[in-house]
Design a binder for this molecule. Sequence first.
Ligand code: VG1
Ligand code: CO
Length: 619
Amino acid sequence: MASTYARFDTVFLFSRFSGAKYSPSSLLSSGFQLRTKPASSRLQSIVALSSSSGAVVAGTDSIEVKSLPTKPIEGQKTGTSGLRKKVKVFMEENYLANWIQALFNSLPLEDYKNATLVLGGDGRYFNKEASQIIIKIAAGNGVGTILVGKEGILSTPAVSAVIRKRKANGGFIMSASHNPGGPEYDWGIKFNYSSGQPAPESITDKIYGNTLSISEIKVAEIPDIDLSQVGVTKYGSFSVEVIDPVSDYLELMEDVFDFDLIRGLLSRPDFGFMFDAMHAVTGAYAKPIFVDNLGAKPDSISNGVPLEDFGHGHPDPNLTYAKDLVDVMYRDDGPDFGAASDGDGDRNMVLGNKFFVTPSDSVAIIAANAQEAIPYFRAGPKGLARSMPTSGALDRVAEKLKLPFFEVPTGWKFFGNLMDAGKLSICGEESFGTGSDHIREKDGIWAVLAWLSILAHRNKDKKAGDKLVSVADVVKEYWATYGRNFFSRYDYEECESEGANKMIENLRDIVSKSKAGESYGNYVLQFADDFSYTDPVDGSVVSKQGVRFVFTDGSRIIFRLSGTGSAGATVRIYIEQFEPDVSKHDVDAQIALKPLIDLALSVSKLKDFTGREKPTVIT
Ligand code: VG1
Ligand code: CO
């Protein structure tokens, strides 16, 4: 039997707009069987109050916290970025609740007791129900305040920004990011810490450990919170504040960038702009930021309404899944600048007219231009960093600008410590992730504003009729200065796990026997290893982060298994080759890299192990 115990005296406060909508508390019909007081008995005790933030009604009552018995559930180990599974799995009895309770069981008491936590997500299917579950368990564990985005909406970068601005102790992000959403697809949850950064492995390992021993869930018996209006709802010392998802984030962007400079570019009749929100969370941000604040035309935002299933789309901004945008950008009369973002708004793809900017080049170009084009970097970046598989373009910028440089494993959580220690300003991943220490997540809209700043800066003295400096001009000038790092990634999605694991095991075996100086076709091996990383700030070590073959001319082939999929195994192969000769910079990357790609396929015996003839996505 579940035991019930009263917590504290409770004051009810709820928005004037939503007061009549209370329903008895229910977590999930399939999940919890809570005995709740009838709503009417609660409503009788409500006494009207008023508050400046729109919260207007209060009364006293006592919150009841119920201890629900539960059993451990296998497989709740977080991957590269939080826990991701099919939504049907998360909807199974206590699946989400167990993980949330395990999280509270893993945190030091002072990190959540009477503390403030943030909650938001990308608007995907199941977020609304999940919000209520998380709020009730947070209240049940003694959290003081939950700040939640209206309708449960907050982009991943916005969660990070809100945590930092409001000095919250952490936050939950309800998103499976670039994975598709809807009843048949994916759901995910991630926890970020007080600096706004994704929880480090020391915490996620603890959470996983606790999911294997959990026996009770503490749930506050409070009604579902109305998330449709900004305002405060209070139960005793627990309160839920529904916040506007955009304003804190927009304020931060105004601090980082010169909005007047960008407005000057976006309002030019000779500059065409297009942003594809892919029916994902940046739909909520694009119009207020690009149109209302920066003067872009309303029709420059496409797929701008966030939908629970992303309009049946795959909200991954790459050449395959953002095809609508790519088609428009490759028209002769297409816009001069185009960009897209992913499910939760942390990724970005940048295009010029008939020109794709690889993410590895993008971060290098932003870093090379940051000081002159972006006010936040006026004093120059403190340091630069990239994930291991990301091309070495950024390394060359760091060298030229004489900046500290770091190579970390895949996943944004590895950048945060360096930023907190003041060693890192700008960083990126080849997987369409770019960002800086303005927050502790990669940031899609930030990257778009960074590119617009560079273009605006380069074109600020151009008169009507002058030819504008284009995206392609900026990239080619960069290649001419630094050389070009040809880069491509092949993804083989949802392979059978067994074959994929065996392939990686075989590669590890090859690596362990390899010797410098060995020939691989026309390439000579410099070294091969399975990447491991020691955090320069806290000394923590992670290993097995990707098998890499590095050749004497700087070329690399790298193999990893994805840590964000929800079914089977996704194999990623990363291929890179440096070309200093300007006359060879215009070659198509797939042609330039063909010998290395063939080498990667033959060394790994990918076809034999996985049965796959072709990748599902090439970027
Ligand atoms: C992928 C990317 C990685 C990124 C991660 C989260 O991980 O490769 O660079 O940080 O997704 O991005 P993996 O393990 O599948 O390769 V997001 O936008 O999905 O939070
Ligand atoms: Co994402």
